[in-house]
Ligand binder design. Structure first.
Ligand code: ZN
Length: 225
């Protein structure tokens, strides 16, 4: 079985279309999204429409929850809060309802999928210390995919049963110093392959600035952090 795992699209339509075009060429049997479909970028409805049309199962990210009105963006930084409220205003009622109904986790035969962490969708798994307690919450699963940090990562348990926590990185706002859109392919026969896709960064930046969103949200896309 071959899966594609995408995360943290953040309303970046150009990045999402580029990643999906690569994914289509790789022909996975199943695509799963780890949340934060919206927030920061200028195309929230177009991105949600694509996830819905393609029936891509997704978990709920903290930005999805804030944009859909499930939570208030109280603990967001000012640019993120402003973007969340802008997105809330932009979203169609149907798309807001769709985001509000997303689950906190998805299970397949081969893995568990969450946004931030199993213990808390808002937790950042930045290092082994953050990952360690999560290994004990994986139940029957040997593999758990997570997002939220926007940095590709792979943590392997150093004690107990062999378990893995893996982050594909971010489609729409990479933060590992590489501005190309990140995703991964998981082939249950051959393992995990981290991948990157070039996309039209300038167009995504232009739309953010035209929308009146914080221009730093545009600038960071060309730096990739
Ligand atoms: Zn995110």
């Amino acid at each position: 079985m071959k899966y594609a795992v995408i995360s943290d699209i953040h309303a970046n339509l150009e990045a999402l279309l580029s990643v999906l075009s690569d994914i289509d060429a790789l022909r996975p049997g199943f695509v799963v999204c780890l949340g934060d479909i919206v927030g920061y970028g200028a195309d929230p409805n177009a991105c949600v429409d694509i996830i819905r049309e393609r029936n891509i199962p997704s978990v709920m990210g903290n930005h999805d929850a804030a944009a859909a009105g499930v939570t208030e963006p109280c603990n967001f930084n000012p640019a993120a809060r402003e973007a969340a409220l802008w997105t809330r205003n932009e979203l169609t009622e149907e798309n807001a309802d769709f985001l509000a109904a997303l689950p906190d986790s998805i299970e397949t035969e081969h893995f568990l999928a969450v946004h931030g962490a199993i213990s808390d969708p808002d937790k950042y798994i930045l290092d082994y210390g953050d990952a360690e307690p999560e290994f004990y919450l994986m139940g029957r699963h040997r593999l758990c995919f997570f997002g939220h940090t926007h940095v590709p990562a792979r943590h392997k348990s150093l004690s107990g049963p062999e378990r893995f926590l893996v982050n594909p990185g971010s489609v729409g706002q990479p933060r590992d110093g590489n501005p190309r859109a990140a995703f991964l392919i998981y082939d249950t026969d051959t393992g995990i392959e981290f991948r990157r896709a070039e996309y039209d960064i300038a167009s995504a930046q232009e739309k953010i600035i035209e929308s009146g969103l914080d221009k730093r949200l545009a600038e960071r896309l060309s730096r990739g952090w």
